[in-house]
Design a protein around this ligand. Structure first.
Ligand code: NAG
Ligand code: NAG
Ligand code: NAG
Ligand code: NAG
Ligand code: NAG
Ligand code: NAG
Ligand code: NAG
Length: 879
């Protein structure tokens, strides 16, 4: 029996995805159909020891190859466009080639709204205000490279200059130009003489770092800057795009200019093996601090942190919401009352939500009679604002329905307390705003009894307290990495950040994203470097982590899980003052062992724990350090139900389930415990001491619920003759079970994988289906977990593989994110690649076949069949 799949096919794999093949030379990397790549475009990576000149000549001498970029810095290789006759495996066959990566394309992903944020409160919370006031630091003498969409360097708050004497902008270049449009087969790359920003993202990021103005004060305005422009203007799709090949070009240039710090508010993919992660890790190994955005996919659940932030040694940054929130209120007039309400605006092509004269508000229903408006709206909304509740489909779909019915604007409202900035695609051409649930319902009720109008002056502002201030932003991506690495490393303010914007677009704007928290941390690093120039990359990373402040969980007395927040909120003052060093500032727990812990923990007798030996150093050469040890457990988090389906929270973009659920007492063995071999330490000036610790996993939690646990080792330190106590923390986190046992594929009763028609409907009886080149069917599947290798092959009835389906081989896949795709598909049309390294599809003989899909589970061994999840389809006929 087959299950009907009601979801629409969002991603029919297209010809633009190369099939991966191995060859004797290098490895061909292949991404799943959910990762957009540029057609016929590849990044070739040579081995470190390879002679790039000789090998480059070999690439050039191949017929039908155009070389687009050379990389001869840290990353040795080139980006090429290959004709249809050239397969990736041919490139991999060239001497000296280590990897051939398809060239991924990326689109910018931020949320915006015009709020005039008072940032002073924020800078107090991160210790910046104190650093400026007491230490007078501004980043002078430190060089920071920003890889982004360019900068409006003419902006008065950003120097108003380019590479002149005394100008903050002394370095930088454009690598993409204004014409890059993915609608073209080969997008035009025509760099301008300077990296002037036409998108806005890079100017906003630059302001967080470098601005000196009445409205925006950057974190490190005294530093010297470089802007490496790798993102173009919004193209014909209304989106701003780039590709790996160009990002790497920008990273290389930034590295060559000798920056101390590189700030990257850019992401995609999620594996340390992705090329941007590889390049970032190499820079770190060479002494550059690389700070990168964790990503904006937190609403999709765990394992959503992006490359390059997941690269080894890279500082991956999550986002907390700003405490204050200033914006233009919406004034609603009902039959009897006048209300001034807080709203959050999306950025659409129409700009901000401003209606200087009262406009009538309607509460439409779609053709199915539903107020959610996920289907077309028939009623005439000409000249009106449409009031629509959140739920059932995306904000963009609702806005398009209203736009098509003639509405001049959309007022969305939340279905739960609080307010968030709706993420709307730029294809929407009317302004969109959002209210909280209570206010939305109030207007809906008023509409049912009489006329209602709305007005927004756009020039009057009010400041509000943000109820989620200081807590993690709902969009901030979760770790761990697919290798169970702890990301993000720490968090900084990124939700509702007021900063500079191109003069043509209004000069100032509030944007939200880990794109905003990343430059904040890059700026923090600059201040640390200015204050303490001798520190190594590892030491800087260490003091940033240990001096961050864990974020308390709002529902319990525990802390937020480190896979969500990392070490917590950055504290620049504490980091600069830190005299505390620990050998391992962050602990990824992947090696617990079962043992009886007798009297060590009275409440837990039978336990499974990880053992760690840590060396703590007192960096003060004059004073001894006294430490009291403590432990701050964090809530555990999961994204699964007990029956192993993904939690509804993931489909509905809500907060993930956590344990404990509230403040009531729970069994001690459901909370992680930490046991130290000592409770106090005294470390003489400049000396070190060894601490042994057992981290006990919460064995009382049901393994079938798949919890990710964590917490913080806490060190309260006081130096001789000093009264004040400083607290340092070391985050730890792990999976409460065997990660390798979590299947990559959803449980069988979800009905996926499945054979489906082109419209996504399951084929009830595949044995009746006759596949031909004109009558294709599809394998629909999704990945609930990342997978290093996914194989989709065609088998004959003897159980022998006849070949891989086109697009039937992927490496380093990310999870199928519910906010983007219901499932992925690959076509079954009678053609296969006979082997992984074959470069041409061949037609298989007529006969009976079935599809075999294998996905490697995390931490699995690619050579061990039992580490794969397997699905075999019903038998069908190929003509
Ligand atoms: C494919 O490559 C492997 C080595 O990676 C080699 O052993 C095998 O012979 C190749 N197969 C074909 C059909 O070229
Ligand atoms: C933002 O606030 C500052 C200080 O209150 C004010 O001077 C400025 O005009 C405001 N900006 C906008 C765009 O309203
Ligand atoms: C900003 O937020 C803080 C903390 O919630 C609050 O105490 C303060 O009053 C707010 N400032 C304004 C101007 O609302
Ligand atoms: C556990 O983590 C350590 C350190 O990150 C790593 O070297 C080791 O390979 C990991 N073990 C497993 C089983 O993944
Ligand atoms: C799995 O569990 C969830 C939550 O308890 C439930 O909503 C869902 O219907 C279950 N699915 C199946 C197939 O049992
Ligand atoms: C753990 O989950 C399994 C599977 O649903 C269930 O059978 C078992 O009773 C649960 N155990 C506890 C302690 O809740
Ligand atoms: C089957 O589909 C693939 C991928 O879409 C395509 O390249 C190939 O030409 C198709 N084969 C036939 C026989 O239509």
């Amino acid at each position: 029996m087959r299950f009907l799949i009601s979801a629409i096919i969002l991603a029919v794999s297209s010809a633009s995805f190369s099939s991966a093949k191995w060859s004797v030379g290098g490895k061909v990397v292949s991404y799943s159909a959910s990762v957009p790549v540029k057609r016929n475009s590849f990044i070739i990576e040579f081995h470190d020891h390879a002679d790039t000149h000789t090998h480059g000549l070999k690439v050039r001498s191949m017929p039908d190859i155009a070389v687009n970029h050379h990389y001869d810095g840290l990353f040795k290789g080139m980006a090429v466009t290959a004709g249809d006759s050239v397969a990736a495996s041919d490139l991999a066959g060239i001497d000296g080639v280590r990897n051939v990566y398809p060239n991924r394309v990326h689109k910018l992903n931020t949320r915006s709204s015009k709020h005039n944020i008072t940032s002073s409160y924020l800078h107090q919370k991160t210790g910046l205000a104190k650093v400026v006031k007491e230490l007078g630091l501004d980043g002078k003498g430190v060089k920071i490279g920003i890889v982004d969409s360019g900068v409006d360097y003419e902006h008065p708050d950003l120097g108003g200059c380019w590479k002149t004497k005394g100008c903050p902008w002394q370095y930088g270049e454009d690598f993409i130009g204004d014409k890059y449009d993915l609608a073209n087969m080969s997008p035009v790359v025509e760099p301008n003489p300077t990296p002037m920003d036409c998108d806005g993202h890079g100017t906003h990021v630059s302001g967080i770092l470098a601005a000196t103005g009445s409205q925006v004060q950057g974190v490190a305005p005294g530093a010297t800057y470089g802007m490496y422009r790798v993102l173009s203007c919004a193209d014909s799709s209304g989106q701003t795009h780039t590709e790996d090949a160009i990002i790497i070009k920008g990273m290389e240039a930034a590295y060559k200019d000798g920056h101390d710090i590189i700030s990257m508010s850019i992401g995609g993919g999620g594996w340390a093996a992705n090329p941007t992660s590889v390049v970032a890790s190499k820079m770190v190994a060479n002494g550059v601090v690389v700070v990168a955005a964790a990503g904006n996919f937190g609403s999709d659940g765990l394992f959503t942190a992006q490359s390059p932030s997941v690269g080894k040694g890279v500082i991956s940054v999550g986002s907390v919401d700003n405490w204050n929130y200033t914006g233009a209120p919406i004034v609603i007039r009902t039959k009897t009352e006048l209300h001034t309400l807080r709203k959050a605006d999306a950025t659409t092509q129409a700009g901000m939500f401003v209606f200087k004269k009262p406009v009538s508000v309607a509460a439409p229903k779609d053709i199915t009679g539903n107020i959610n408006c996920c289907n077309p709206i028939q009623s005439d909304l000409d000249g009106k604002l449409a009031l629509i509740p959140r739920g059932n489909c995306t904000f963009t779909e609702k806005a398009i329905a209203a736009q098509n019915a003639g509405a001049v604007g959309v007022i969305l409202y939340n279905e739960k307390p609080g307010i968030r900035t709706p993420l709307i695609e730029r294809s929407v051409s009317i302004p969109v705003t959002m209210l909280n649930a209570e206010d939305g319902r109030l207007i809906a009720e008023a509409i049912s009894v009489g006329p209602v109008t709305a007005m927004v002056s756009g020039t009057e502002y009010e400041t509000y307290n943000n109820p989620n201030g200081g807590k993690m932003s709902d969009f901030s991506s979760y770790g761990p990495t697919p290798e169970l690495g702890l990301v993000p490393l720490l968090s900084a303010p990124g939700g509702d950040i007021w900063s500079t914007y191109p003069r043509k677009k209004g000069s100032y704007l509030s944007l939200s994203g880990t794109s905003m928290s990343t430059p904040y941390v890059a700026g923090a690093v600059a201040l640390i470097k200015q204050a303490r120039p001798g520190l190594s990359v590892d030491q800087i990373r260490g003091i940033l982590i240990t001096s961050s402040i864990p974020i308390s969980d709002s529902k319990t007395s525990l802390q937020t899980n480190p896979y969500r927040s990392g070490a917590g909120l950055v504290n620049i003052y504490n980091a600069i003052q830190s005299r505390f060093h620990i050998s391992q500032p962050i602990l990824s727990i992947n090696d617990t062992k079962r043992e009886v812990v007798s009297s060590a923990i009275p409440s837990v007798s039978d336990a499974e724990f990880a053992f760690r030996t840590l060396t703590i150093s007192n960096m003060d050469k004059q004073k001894g350090m006294r430490i009291a040890l403590d432990h701050l457990p964090a809530v555990a988090v999961t994204m699964f139900n007990r029956n192993h389906t993904l939690s509804n929270a993931v489909y509905n973009q809500l907060a993930l389930p956590t344990w404990p659920k509230g403040r009531e007492m729970v069994p001690a063995n459901t909370i992680p415990q930490v046991v130290y071999n000592k409770r106090y330490l005294y470390i003489a000036p400049g000396e070190s001491a060894v601490l042994k610790t057992r981290i006990v996993r919460p064995i009382g939690l049901n393994e079938s619920e798949r919890w990710f646990y964590g917490g913080f080792l806490s060190f309260m330190a006081v130096w001789d003759d000093e009264g004040e106590q400083s607290t340092y923390t070391v985050p730890y986190a792990g999976y409460n079970g065997d990660l390798n046992k979590i299947s990559a594929l959803p449980p069988p009763y979800e009905g996926l994988p499945a054979l489906v028609y082109e419209n996504g409907k399951a084929i009830d009886d595949a044995s009746l289906f006759k596949v031909s080149s004109r009558n294709e069917m599809f394998v629909a599947y999704k990945l609930d977990m990342p997978s290093r290798i996914v194989l989709i092959s065609l088998m004959n009835l003897e159980g022998k593989m006849v070949g891989y389906l086109s697009d039937g081989y992927y490496t380093e896949s990310i999870r199928t994110l519910p906010s983007m795709y219901s499932f992925l598909t690959v076509s079954v049309n009678g053609s296969v690649y006979p082997s992984i390294n074959a470069s041409e599809l061949v037609k298989v003989p007529a006969g009976k076949y079935y599809v075999h899909l294998a996905a490697l589970r995390l931490l699995g061994n690619p050579d061990r069949e039992s580490d794969y999840d397997i699905w075999d389809s019903d038998v069908f006929t190929i003509e």
